[in-house]
Write a protein that binds this ligand. Structure first.
Ligand SMILES: Nc1ncnc2c1ncn2[C@@H]1O[C@H](COP(=O)(O)OP(=O)(O)O)[C@@H](O)[C@H]1O
Ligand SMILES: N[C@@H](CCC(=O)OP(=O)(O)O)C(=O)O
Length: 399
């Protein structure tokens, strides 16, 4: 981490305003630099403006998840410690996590929900899927998930290392349309904005090449962790997952107001290709559970002809034991040629009980429901010859 004087004068031109593509679900990442008061504690000013932005997005009928740093910085405000060792940072994070959360709860009307994730959680498939289910449920009930790295259990080699990369993984996990990264500079410059007097704004990056990464070698600010480097790493991940990324200044009122109207003053990194195709590619690489669902002709036709979700009414039988969110094959009532594969919303035992039922009866049969579909269309990859012809990019490897 390179400490950089924030007061140095620079002669950069400003970032031009550009239209943001429409989005419905965003992950907003807020860096430590925006949440401190300059005296070693938490500061409310920027958080208040960003909380208003979240409220505005919600009024527009859109969903936001927050990835918030600031636990370590908040901890330093509680116990005066200059410790920089791993155990000291972990202790500070543990002390500061609650005040950080309380800061946000004091600023938003929604209930806030603490979500602490570690690298291990996201590498373990069951925990990854469980985190996904919890985050979806939090959005459904109108809570604001506030994600941070689980600093107390993370150990150096395993740490995601920074909340920029964590935010990218969360955006992929919840299938966000856009990752919004609020930081203390206006966006990416061609060089470090304080150290390099010739640095110029970069409003758009089509591809994050090694040359682009070189622009971000200057390190982080005195409070941040990864600087622009980790923001570009994050954007590389999101772009590959079909998610747009925007970097903007989280302490500039005009920039925040413009973003509330879908105008970006900062750096935009567009997704590569279509999100659905990226998602389906990801699905194709999800290991199968060995389980299968057999469906009647009507359901087979609805899946392959209309790209519909799989409803319980079309299920003829269930084969194998699998848990919720497992990857299962969809087969015709007889035969072994797979029609599709997808992630199930119900485990095999519950599916057996609702097979053949109308979706509206799921709750009365099971006493709960995880939604009307057994496999949602976005969680389903068709394996028919017609699907192969329509989306050849999904069929470049043998299944
Ligand atoms: N090319 C660059 N363009 C903009 N900022 C850069 C660049 N290279 C390094 N930086 C540094 O990255 C900092 C933002 O990252 P960081 O300090 O980690 O903030 P955060 O806490 O928001 O994650 C800027 O304040 C700046 O010091
Ligand atoms: N998990 C740490 C934040 C680590 C981090 O990535 O910080 P930042 O670069 O400010 O986003 C904390 O809450 O202090």
């Amino acid at each position: 981490m390179t400490a950089v004087p924030k007061t140095a004068t620079t002669a950069h031109t400003t970032f031009p305003e550009q239209a943001m593509p429409r989005w419905q679900r965003a992950v907003l990442k807020v860096g430590s630099s925006l949440l401190t008061d300059g005296k070693g504690g938490l500061g409310k000013r920027n958080a208040a403006a960003l909380a208003n932005l979240i409220a505005r997005f919600r009024d527009q009928g859109r969903e936001v998840l927050l990835v918030s740093s600031g636990a370590v910085a908040a901890g330093r405000g509680v116990i005066a410690s200059n410790g920089v060792g791993l155990a000291q940072r972990q202790a500070l994070a543990a002390v500061g996590q609650t005040p950080m959360l309380a800061l946000w709860q004091g600023l938003v009307e929604q209930p806030v929900a603490q979500v602490l994730l570690s690298h291990d959680d996201l590498r373990n498939r069951r925990r990854y899927l469980n985190a996904r289910a919890t985050l979806r449920e939090l959005l459904r009930i109108g809570a604001l998930p506030i994600v941070n790295e689980n600093d107390t259990v993370a150990i150096d080699e395993l740490k995601l290392g920074d909340n920029d990369n964590l935010a990218a993984v969360v955006a992929t996990l919840v299938e966000a349309d856009v990752l919004l990264i609020a930081t203390d500079t206006a966006g990416l410059y061609t060089g470090h904005p304080v150290q390099d007097p010739d640095a110029r704004p970069v409003p758009r990056i089509e591809e994050i090449t090694p040359e682009v990464m070189l622009m971000a070698q200057g390190g982080a600010g005195s409070l941040g962790t990864g600087g622009m480097y980790t923001k570009l790493e994050a954007a590389t991940k999101t772009a590959a997952a079909g998610i747009d990324t925007a970097l903007f200044c989280g302490h500039d009122a005009d920039t925040i107001a413009a973003l509330g109207e879908d105008r970006l003053r900062g750096t935009f990194i567009p997704a590569h290709g279509d999100r659905l195709v990226a998602r389906k590619l990801w699905l194709r690489h999800t290991p199968p559970s060995g389980g299968a669902i057999r469906v009647d002709e009507g359901a087979a036709e609805a899946l392959s002809g209309q790209g519909a979700s799989l409803l319980p009414g079309g299920i003829v039988s269930v084969e194998g034991d699998f848990c919720r969110d497992a990857m299962v094959d969809v087969l015709p009532a007889r035969g072994h040629r797979r029609l599709a594969r997808g992630l199930v919303q119900y485990d095999s035992a519950h599916l057996e009980r609702i097979a053949g039922c109308h979706s509206r009866d799921i709750e009365s049969v099971l006493g709960f429901h995880n939604g009307e579909s057994v496999i949602r269309r976005d969680d389903l990859v068709l394996l028919t010859p017609a699907a192969a012809a329509a989306t050849p990019e999904l069929f470049t490897e043998t299944l």
